[in-house]
Write a protein that binds this ligand. Structure first.
Ligand SMILES: [Zn+2]
Length: 419
């Protein structure tokens, strides 16, 4: 169901280029910073690396074409992503630039995409999970005039001391985009009268639990016939989890999901939003279509389960500026939950090697991941569920709901098993 192997792929690519590239890091990127000269990130002169000497390239199958000082992008999917690294997968300190500088993009073509700034994990290590830890995105169309985009760096709500890359993603049109230049410039370089819009509120994207020693399972779409097995395992293992539930499934009487999730709520589990019909929201052409996916999901929760929640997981993990902004429009301070542990059931569950799910899970936990994504769509995943719960327990982690693992003051108090 989930398409996202992007982060592990990113680690491999960055590592390859970091090993191969010379180190032409200009002097103005190490302290003391020279804030008056532009920090040139990318001029697309070399298909292998950017102007800083670090990896740039497409992810998730994005078609590209490099020319003399440009790259053409031919997006077909909101998950397509063009990344240009600020650091060799470590941390780049943008704090000195944060309040005074702008991200400038010189480009051509469509503006139907997002521009994102990613933040590394606290270890500044691309081999730890999550990588990146989070990111913020703005709509290119709001910041573009002619062939230029100027975004105040402070519009990106990330920890600027741990910046790791600039990326172009969340495409909602297949019109091509050409990038010519990506740089960070001082306010005095922004053309006089260039209209810079106010920042639009959006939700924070979380891939990990903040509570020390916590671990959370975020369980998405399921097959009704496995619901009882899942419930029984949770009961016997005495753990609470978070279910992300689609509105349409809840309304469909045949699934019995209204009873299943009603019962899950009574047992203390968290039930959270997962859109109405499980499409890639950011890929929808109109804002009205995105709104409908959010509003109908909220309505079904209210009418069928009698609950309100500010927790949301985007179908397929697909996100962009518009989805985040529309969520923030309907939900105060939305908590947008992706993951740092992927059991990869979407890849292995129905393959000849379903045990790869165990490997994927253990790999991500070993790298420091503590917030999982999984589904109960396949018997092989359900079969492994108890084992991975026990594996987490054996690592001395405490399994809890996502709101609890994020130390949400509104979450129910932890009931720790008596020892
Ligand atoms: Zn899903």
């Amino acid at each position: 169901m989930l398409s996202s192997r992007r982060f592990s792929l990113l680690v491999i690519l960055i590592t390859l280029v970091t090993a191969a590239a010379p180190n032409p890091l200009p002097n103005n990127t190490s302290p003391p910073y020279n804030l008056s000269t532009p920090l040139i990130i990318d001029t697309f002169t070399n298909p292998q690396h950017n102007a800083l000497g670090f990896w740039h390239g497409g992810l998730e199958g994005l078609t590209m074409e490099y020319g003399h000082n440009y790259v053409h992008l031919y997006p077909k999917d909101p998950d397509h992503n063009y990344n240009t690294q600020l650091s060799p997968a470590t941390c780049f300190n943008l704090l000195p630039y944060r309040t005074t500088h702008y991200l400038h993009v010189h480009f051509n073509g469509s503006t139907k995409f997002s521009v994102s700034l990613s933040q590394n994990n606290v270890h500044c290590d691309s081999f730890r999970s999550p990588f990146p830890e989070t990111w913020d995105s703005v709509e290119a169309s709001r910041y573009a005039r002619g062939n230029d985009i100027y975004i105040p760096l402070w519009h990106f709500y990330v920890d600027h001391s741990r910046a790791v890359s600039v990326s172009f993603n969340g495409f909602y049109s297949s019109e091509p985009v050409t990038l010519h230049r990506v740089e960070i410039v001082s306010a005095s370089s922004v053309p006089r009268g260039f209209p810079v819009p106010p920042r639009v509120d959006n939700g924070r994207v979380l891939l990990r639990c903040s509570r020390p020693g916590a671990f959370a399972f975020g369980i998405d779409d399921g097959q009704p016939r496995f619901a009882q097995d899942v419930m029984q395992i949770l009961e016997e293992e005495q753990v609470l989890v978070t279910f992300f539930v689609v509105g349409m499934g809840l309304r469909d009487l045949e699934t019995n999901f209204s009873n299943v999730y009603g019962e899950m709520l009574r047992r203390g589990h968290q039930v959270a939003l997962h859109s109405d019909t499980h499409r890639k929201l950011e890929g929808l052409e109109s804002v009205e279509a995105i709104d409908q996916e959010i509003v109908e999901n909220i309505k079904s929760f209210r009418q069928i389960l009698g609950i309100e929640t500010r927790y949301f997981r985007p179908p397929y993990g697909t996100l962009g500026a518009r989805t985040r902004q529309r969520l923030a429009n309907y939900i105060k301070d939305p908590q947008i939950i992706n993951w740092s542990v992927d059991i990869e059931d979407w890849l292995w569950a129905d393959s000849k090697t379903p045990e790869k799910q165990r490997e994927a899970f253990v790999r991500d936990v070993t790298r420091g991941g503590n917030l999982a994504v999984m589904h109960f769509l396949s018997p092989t995943t359900v079969h492994l569920f108890r084992e991975v719960i026990r594996f987490v327990k054996s690592m001395n982690a405490t399994i809890m709901r996502i709101d609890q693992c994020l130390e949400d003051p509104q979450s129910p108090p932890l009931k720790l098993p008596q020892s």
